[in-house]
Design a protein around this ligand. Structure first.
Ligand code: G3P
Length: 412
């Protein structure tokens, strides 16, 4: 049969689950074999894909986190749109949930990559830790004001890690902005043009990062790293609250030795328009150019398999990634999963309850992986007390804009 290469960024429980999906596909038919390879974290996998393309050794399917979307869209000649690769009886572009596919679809409705593992940030709660500090584990954590009060109680009770986070820029600036309906960048967060400028140094963002800076100074927010390093601390039971992707579910459900639940991402009460909707993260699957027709057939068959209701419903239930099709969401409900696992539909609701505004459709920014690196550095200076929030965000905006101008020049 025909063999194709699939490069991904999953380790741990997600690594096991993606391997299981690939195996199920390989065993379900005898024409094609998918060989899956872990290429490192999201940034490393993206860079490996780009380097391989330059060397003429690109895989057929590459997992690219949402941050690399503008880079992939701009990589003319490197990618083959999935609506072409998946075309045929099984493929129905209208089967995909609008809020999910919108991120990866051209303005004229053509799906460029498959939103296989799309997530949104939520609040993970260690219920035992709250109880241990004398706090009602069902206490309302919907607003940051309420979280603030709970962090005080946890600290007073001597808890070492009241709050930690994964993906600080994604959750506490990118999603914070969308959720409070304020721009992260001009020009509809980059959707309307390459001449976009960063705008995340406004009052809502400064207020939030200042609050987090104070929590860090008071030992209520413990910084664990730029990606999902904090997950290990939360899963080990060390932290009471954890802002992380909905896909934190995979690891938490398999490792946590405590009662946990998942709540909507908190918002600041009093900000007009909040809570709006959160935006997509995770990754999508891109098909690369330069391969044989039979290999594109194999890639199309695999991507259609991943989109089929049963496979997609299982993936959503195992991982916490969003169901990417309406059918997979409905099947999950019919199977009783949401009733048995309360809160597991929080992510979908948070994404879809309100229709997106220009501030909450998502982000489309060039060189965004590098820009996140700058944001990470500036936020770390706030957590360590070296800079105040306004100075750090002003500096991140100024430094990030230089990269956007460079990307714009290179694209023209
Ligand atoms: O952990 P994931 O896969 O949901 O991704 C989280 C962020 O979107 C990464 O940029």
């Amino acid at each position: 049969g025909t063999e194709i290469q699939f490069w991904h960024a999953f380790t741990g429980r997600l690594g096991e689950l993606v391997a299981e999906q690939v195996e199920t596909f390989n065993e379900s038919q005898s024409d094609y074999t998918v060989n899956a390879t872990h290429k490192g974290n999201y940034s490393e996998t993206l860079n490996a894909g780009i380097a391989a393309f330059r060397a003429g050794e690109q895989p057929h399917i590459l997992m690219v986190f949402e941050v690399g979307t503008a880079t992939m869209m701009g990589a003319q000649g490197a990618i083959r749109p999935v609506y072409e690769v998946m075309a045929g009886d099984e493929f129905d572009p209208d089967a995909y949930i609008g809020a999910v596919k919108g991120y990866y679809t051209t303005t004229d409705g053509q799906m460029l990559s498959l939103p296989f593992n799309s997530s949104t940030p939520v609040l993970w709660v260690n219920r035992d830790a709250l109880e241990g500090a004398g706090i009602d584990p069902d206490t309302d954590l919907s607003t940051w004001q309420n979280v603030d009060a709970v962090l005080d109680q946890l600290a007073e009770a001597g808890h070492d890690c009241p709050l930690t986070t994964a993906w600080q820029s994604w959750i506490h600036l990118e999603n914070l902005s969308a959720y409070h309906d304020v721009p992260f960048a001009t020009k509809g967060n980059g959707f309307a043009g390459l001449d976009t400028e960063l705008a995340f140094n406004g009052s809502v963002q400064v207020q939030h990062i200042s609050a987090m800076g104070e929590w860090a100074a008071e030992g209520k927010f413990i910084y664990a790293g730029r990606r999902n390093e904090g997950g290990a601390n939360f899963r080990a039971g060390e932290c009471a609250l954890f802002t992380e992707s909905s896909a934190g579910y995979a690891g938490i459900k398999s490792e946590a030795q405590f009662e946990f639940d998942v709540r909507p991402l908190p918002y600041w009460d009093g900000v007009e328009g909040a809570p709006q909707n959160t935006i997509i993260g995770g990754a999508s699957l891109w098909v690369m150019e330069g391969h044989e027709p039979a290999e594109y057939e194999a890639a199309g068959a695999f991507l259609n398999f991943l989109s089929s209701p049963e496979i997609q419903a299982k993936w959503h239930q195992d991982t916490g990634y969003l169901p990417i099709t309406t059918a997979a969401g409905e099947l999950t409900r019919e199977q009783g999963f949401y009733d048995e696992n309360p809160g597991t539909d929080v992510a979908v609701k948070q994404m879809t309850t309100n229709s997106p505004t220009a501030n909450s459709k998502g982000l489309r920014l060039g060189s965004f992986d590098q820009i996140r690196g700058i944001i990470d550095e500036e936020l770390e200076a706030v957590w360590s007390g070296d800079k105040d929030a306004q100075a750090a965000l002003d500096s991140a905006v100024e430094r990030g804009n230089q990269l956007l101008r460079r990307f714009e020049r290179a694209s023209n």
